[in-house]
Write a new protein. Sequence first.
Length: 247
Amino acid sequence: MSKKCVGKNILYRQVHPRNVKPEISFRETHEKEQEALSFLEGVLAKNSNVVVASSFGKDSMVVLHLCLRIDPDIKGFMVTTPNKPVDTIVFRQHVIKEWDLSWQKFQVFRSEEPAPDKLYLTDPKECCRINKVEPLRKALKELKPYAWISGLRGTESDERLEKHSKIEEQYGIVKINPILDWTELDVWKYTAIHNIPVNPLYSKGYRSLGCTPCMAPGGELERSGRWQNTPLEGGECGIHTLETSDA
């Protein structure tokens, strides 16, 4: 299946837990699942002081689910912003309750620096630095983990595919990317197999989630809907940008 799709989120509809298509093969995804579990087991066996980051998007939900299968007591965190979609906030609260993730185990971090009004239009990169990158730095500084686990996927963009590895260093801390080699379809297959809760924004046609004014549904590529009509269109917020994150 092509990575490209337009209009409503075709991949979401085809392998959503309530609408699994029998003709779709799950074997390759099962193999990747076992590889990711083995990889994470090795990481957690080496050092238990590991935290998992989650935005409560499709990729983060898969990684959080994988981690909880290995260690039900693993700690996690989320970076939130003033423009986080209401759907995501409500969904986050639902998952935390349903999966029994206490606030002691799952912390939320936000910026302490106010951003100018509508900075996302004039300088989206700076807006992301204030609202995403700096709170992430704060989270890692306060939590002091040996490593942090992310839902980064290389197939989301050429930049991610070329510049990242499953084990790397960011902000002076080991960073683990267990589903780096997963495709968008792999994520939806795993979601269907394990009946993982799905952020309702995907049923509205969004393929990549972010802040409300900086995302749009549809698009030919997975990140086409991010920061449309700005210099950052289809790009990165800075959280996973290695060249600038350690400066």
